[in-house]
Write a protein that binds this ligand. Structure first.
Ligand SMILES: Nc1ncnc2c1ncn2[C@@H]1O[C@H](COP(=O)(O)OP(=O)(O)OP(=O)(O)O)[C@@H](O)[C@H]1O
Ligand code: SF4
Ligand SMILES: [Mg+2]
Length: 379
């Protein structure tokens, strides 16, 4: 109760209340027409590969992110999924300015922030905060919880006058469900879930509009994961936050996300509402990923075909020509090696879901014929 009360009092400050009013119920959050707080277009990050000891020469590049575009709307959660190494964390680092893009643009509320620096960057960064994966290593063990949560105020003193910081930090602890009296404790005195709450409190300190959460619950026990996800959902509704939520676990992503982007080798291969992606995937890679997710209904589980992907993910330093997925795709045809499929709504798409037409972008030449080639069944 107390946590909710102080959450509301925090929300009334600095225009958060207005944003809360803008936040609709989860059911209609994925609806069109909402303001895009973030517009990412053609984002590229190539890490140079060098050779030589004295004189370094570039011999190639790791194409970690290779032309990623998406919008993040006010108050929504966009989930990003994909196998290890597909570029999820690099996207997170580019959006939060921890890495510089090789190409592409990032717009925050219509303003191009891609090349900002100095004061202008600092001002924008206040609004786009990051919550990291590992609550054990992301908190400085020598700092008290009060110092950790209040650290952003050192960088942005205008956000909280010195005399008011302790009160603000205690309010933030309260908001994330921690006892404000813990302010002088050290990280090792908390459990994993509590530490992630501390990380979230720090992320909230500057009243951001966007939180980029890179695997925020992956290091936690399953029971604790649910608590932290529920906390994030409550905070989103309370403060009108927009989340970029990165995770391996497709069930967690489905639970929290309004829309989902599926990444493979540095590119988004399919993007749509949570229902479109999970109930009507059109890209063979998404279909394979989802076929591996356990379903609780034994009858459904029996009827389901498990698609086993052959081979390893190719190196992002040397991705296949045409469609990056073609070396593992059971639907691949000659065209796939020479022609890169655009991420677009398939033409002549006949799919329906709950009697509604389905039309979401998919980067596959044959997305319109969803099951034209039957997937192999696991033996
Ligand atoms: N600083 C860097 N220098 C060189 N290569 C990098 C660097 N950071 C990431 N990479 C490479 O870029 C690719 C994408 O990495 P990234 O960490 O974004 O993947 P990810 O999807 O977050 O993976 P995971 O699920 O394992 O966290 C990988 O091949 C990785 O090795
Ligand atoms: S474009 Fe070709 S290789 Fe790529 S996903 Fe579609 S069928 Fe498979
Ligand atoms: Mg990562």
């Amino acid at each position: 109760m107390h946590a909710d009360r102080s959450g509301r009092s925090l929300a009334r400050e600095d225009g958060w209340e207005a944003r809360m009013l803008l936040t609709r119920s989860r059911a209609d959050k994925a609806g069109a027409g909402r303001e895009a707080v973030l517009e990412v277009r053609g984002l590229v990050k190539h890490f140079p590969l060098t050779q030589g000891i004295l004189v370094k020469r570039q011999v190639g590049a790791v194409k970690a992110v290779d032309g990623v575009s998406f919008d993040l709307h006010q108050g929504e959660t966009l989930g990003i999924v994909g196998e290890s190494g597909c570029g999820k964390s690099t996207v997170a680092k580019l959006v939060t300015h921890l890495e510089e893009p090789t190409a592409g643009t990032i717009r925050y509320k219509g303003e191009d922030i891609t090349k900002l620096s100095g004061r202008a960057l600092k001002a924008v960064r206040r609004n786009i905060q990051m919550v990291f994966q590992d609550p054990y290593t992301s908190l400085n063990p020598r700092m008290t919880v009060g110092d950790i949560v209040g650290e952003p105020f050192e960088i942005h003193p205008e956000a909280a006058p010195k005399g008011d910081r302790r009160r603000k930090v205690q309010e933030l602890l309260d908001v994330v469900g921690l006892d404000p009296a813990y302010v002088n404790r050290y990280p090792h005195q908390f459990s994993g879930g509590q530490r992630q709450r501390i990380g979230i409190a720090r992320g909230l300190a500057l009243r951001p509009e966007i939180i980029v959460a890179d695997e925020p619950v992956s290091a936690l026990d399953v029971s604790v994961q649910a608590q932290v996800v529920n906390l994030m959902e409550r905070l989103q509704d309370e403060f009108g936050l927009s989340y970029l939520f990165i995770a391996h676990d497709l069930s967690i992503v489905r639970h929290i996300s309004d829309r989902v982007a599926v990444m493979y080798l540095g590119r988004i291969v399919e993007i749509g509402t949570e229902t479109e992606i999970y109930e009507h995937p059109t890209h063979p890679y998404t279909q394979a990923l989802l076929s591996a997710v356990p379903v609780p209904d034994p009858e459904r589980a029996e009827r389901r075909e498990r698609i086993v992907l052959e081979g390893d993910v190719p190196s992002p330093a040397n991705p296949p020509s045409g469609c990056h997925f073609r070396t593992r795709c059971w639907k691949a045809q000659q065209r796939c090696a020479v022609e890169e499929p655009a991420l677009a709504v398939p033409e002549n798409f006949a799919g329906t879901l709950h009697d509604e037409p389905v039309h979401h972008p998919s980067a596959c030449h044959f997305a319109a014929e969803r099951a034209a080639v039957a997937p192999p069944v696991a033996g």
